[in-house]
Design a protein around this ligand. Structure first.
Ligand SMILES: [Fe+2]
Length: 474
C-alpha cells in the first residue's frame, strides 16, 4: 500500500481530471436526479451534470484491507466514477396527471466548486399530492441541445390534520464491497415493493475511511458518492421514492469523529470538508436537524449527531454533549408542541442500545451517560408512549426497551447480511428482538376506527418480516 500525503489536495474540486476548461459539447445526467426533504408544501431536487452518459466500469477497488491511492491516480477513471462536466440544468415540476400546469424553473449553471451538483427548492406545493419532476441538462452554450431528461416522482406529505395512512422504510450502513448483488443492494427493490411514501437513510451512506479507496480528499469523498448512488438498484429506487439523508461518522470523515478531531488516516481531508461534501451530495435541509410532519398520524424528528458534538474522549459530565444545547432545546420545544399521533425520533446513533462496552460514541455508551440519562429521563417525564426512536449505525437489528425509562428503540440494521455483526449479544433486560443480519425497517401508520395505530416491521434484505410490533394509541 502506498501512502500519499498532500498531493491529493491539488485534485480537490475535481478540476484536474475533469473537462471543465473547454465547454463540453454535450453533458449528461449519469448521476441521476433525486428528491428529498419532502414536506406538505415543499421538496428539494438534487441533480448533477456529467461528462459521460454512464458510470465508469473497470476493476472494483473496495473493502479491506483499505487501500490509500497513490498520488496522481486518476480518480475519474476508477470503477464507478462519474466524471462531472459543467453545464446547465432545468427543473420542471407538475402534478401527476396534469399536463397543463407545469412550473418551469430557469436554467441553472453547474460548476466544479460544487462537483457539478445543483439543488432546487420546490415550494408552494399542494399537500398530499403526487408530483412529477423532470430534469434536463445542456452544455453552458447558447442554443445547446438538452439531453434526455431524468424523471422523478413523489407525493407531498398530508397536512397536519389529514388522516392519511403513511408508510416509510428506514435503512443505514451500506458498504460498497459488501453488496449482495452487483448492481446494488437487495434492500432497495425490497423497500420499493412496499411502495413507501419516503425512506430514511440514517447515516453511513458510504464508508470513507474503512473501505477502499480511503477518502483522503474531497475528490475521493465525492467518488464514494458517485459509485454508490449510481448503482442501478439505488438509482432506480430513487426515481419513485423520496428520501431524507442523515449523516454519521463514515460519510463525514472517519470512525467516531467530532469537530476538531485530528483527521489522522483521512488527512489531508478535514472534518469541515466532509460536512460540505455531505450537503453537496444529498438533498440538503435548511438546518441539519429538522422535523417533518406527515399528516395527523406522524411527525419525524431527524437529529444531527456530529456537527455539535463534544470530543468523545472528553471526561463525561454536564458539559459533554452529542446534540448541543440549541438542538436539544429545539427538540424538547417541538416535541412538546406536537399533536401528532406518533412521534418518531430518528437518530444516526443509539440512545437506548445496549452497545458494546468498548464504544464511546453514542448515548448508550458510558462516555455520554450524563447526557444520555438526561435525555431518556426527560422523555419519560414529559412524553407518553407515542414516542419511538429509530436508529442507524449499529450493524444488527433490535427492538429494545430502556429498563429504567421505558424508552423504545428500533435499530434498522445494516444494508446487507455481509455487513452484519458487532453486537454485544442479546440482553433480556433490554431486547424484545435481536438479530444479527442485514435488512431494513418498514413502518405503517394508520387508524383502527378512531384509534391511531403504528406497526413496525424488521425485515431481512429480501423484505421477509423477521419481527413485527403493533401499537395502538388512544
Ligand atoms: Fe456503519
Amino acid at each position: 500500500m502506498i501512502r500519499v500525503l498532500g498531493a491529493l489536495v491539488l485534485l480537490a474540486g475535481g478540476a484536474a481530471a475533469q473537462p471543465v476548461g473547454d465547454a463540453a459539447d454535450t453533458v449528461f445526467l449519469a448521476s441521476g436526479a433525486r428528491v428529498g426533504e419532502v414536506t406538505a408544501t415543499s421538496a428539494v431536487v438534487w441533480t448533477r451534470t456529467t461528462a459521460e452518459p454512464q458510470r465508469r466500469s473497470g476493476q472494483e477497488i473496495s473493502g479491506r484491507p483499505v487501500v490509500t491511492l497513490a498520488s496522481g491516480v486518476d480518480v475519474s477513471a476508477l470503477e464507478g466514477a462519474v466524471p462531472g462536466a459543467a453545464g446547465e440544468v432545468r427543473v420542471t415540476v407538475r402534478q401527476r396527471g396534469d399536463d397543463g400546469d407545469a412550473r418551469v424553473f430557469d436554467w441553472l449553471q453547474t460548476a466544479a466548486d460544487r462537483d457539478f451538483t445543483r439543488q432546487v427548492l420546490l415550494d408552494g406545493l399542494a399537500a398530499d399530492t403526487p408530483y412529477v419532476v423532470t430534469v434536463e441538462a445542456r452544455p453552458a452554450a447558447p442554443e445547446a441541445e438538452a439531453t434526455a431528461p431524468e424523471t422523478v416522482t413523489f407525493r407531498t406529505a398530508p397536512g397536519p390534520d389529514q388522516r392519511r395512512p403513511i408508510r416509510f422504510a428506514a435503512m443505514t450502513c451500506q458498504y460498497y464491497g459488501r453488496r449482495d448483488r452487483p448492481d446494488g443492494f437487495g434492500i432497495y427493490p425490497s423497500m420499493a415493493a412496499g411502495r413507501p411514501d419516503f425512506y430514511l437513510s440514517i447515516g453511513d451512506n458510504v464508508y470513507y475511511d474503512n473501505e477502499s479507496p480511503r477518502a483522503t480528499s474531497v475528490e475521493l469523498a465525492r467518488y464514494h458518492w458517485q459509485r454508490m448512488f449510481t448503482l442501478p438498484a439505488i438509482a432506480s429506487f430513487l426515481r419513485s421514492v423520496p428520501g431524507y439523508w442523515l449523516k454519521d461518522d463514515h460519510d463525514l470523515l472517519r470512525n467516531d469523529s467530532w469537530p476538531g478531531i485530528d483527521p489522522g488516516i483521512s488527512a489531508p481531508m478535514t472534518f469541515e470538508e466532509g460536512q460540505a461534501v455531505f450537503v453537496e451530495q444529498t438533498p440538503a435541509p435548511e438546518r441539519p436537524y429538522r422535523t417533518v410532519r406527515w399528516g395527523k398520524g406522524l411527525q419525524l424528528w431527524l437529529v444531527e449527531g456530529r456537527d455539535f458534538r463534544s470530543p468523545n474522549d472528553m471526561p463525561d459530565g454536564p458539559g459533554k454533549t452529542i446534540w448541543g444545547t440549541e438542538q436539544w432545546r429545539w427538540l424538547r420545544d417541538s416535541l412538546l408542541a406536537s399533536d401528532a399521533d406518533w412521534k418518531v425520533l430518528v437518530s444516526p446513533t443509539p440512545i437506548v442500545g445496549p452497545d458494546r462496552s468498548n464504544k464511546a460514541d453514542n448515548h448508550a455508551n458510558a462516555a455520554f451517560s450524563h447526557e444520555g440519562d438526561a435525555i431518556r429521563e426527560w422523555f419519560r417525564a414529559n412524553l407518553d408512549d407515542s414516542l419511538l426512536v429509530i436508529v442507524g449505525d449499529r450493524h444488527w437489528q433490535y427492538h429494545s426497551v430502556h429498563p429504567e425509562t421505558g424508552l423504545q428503540e428500533f435499530s434498522v440494521g445494516p444494508a446487507s447480511d455481509a455487513h452484519a455483526g458487532g453486537t454485544p449479544g442479546e440482553d433480556p433486560a433490554y431486547h424484545r428482538f435481536h438479530r444479527v443480519g442485514g435488512g431494513f425497517l418498514s413502518v405503517d401508520v394508520d387508524w383502527v376506527g378512531e384509534r391511531p395505530r403504528i406497526v413496525l416491521r424488521h425485515r431481512g434484505v429480501s423484505g421477509r418480516v423477521v419481527y413485527e410490533v403493533e401499537r395502538l394509541g388512544s
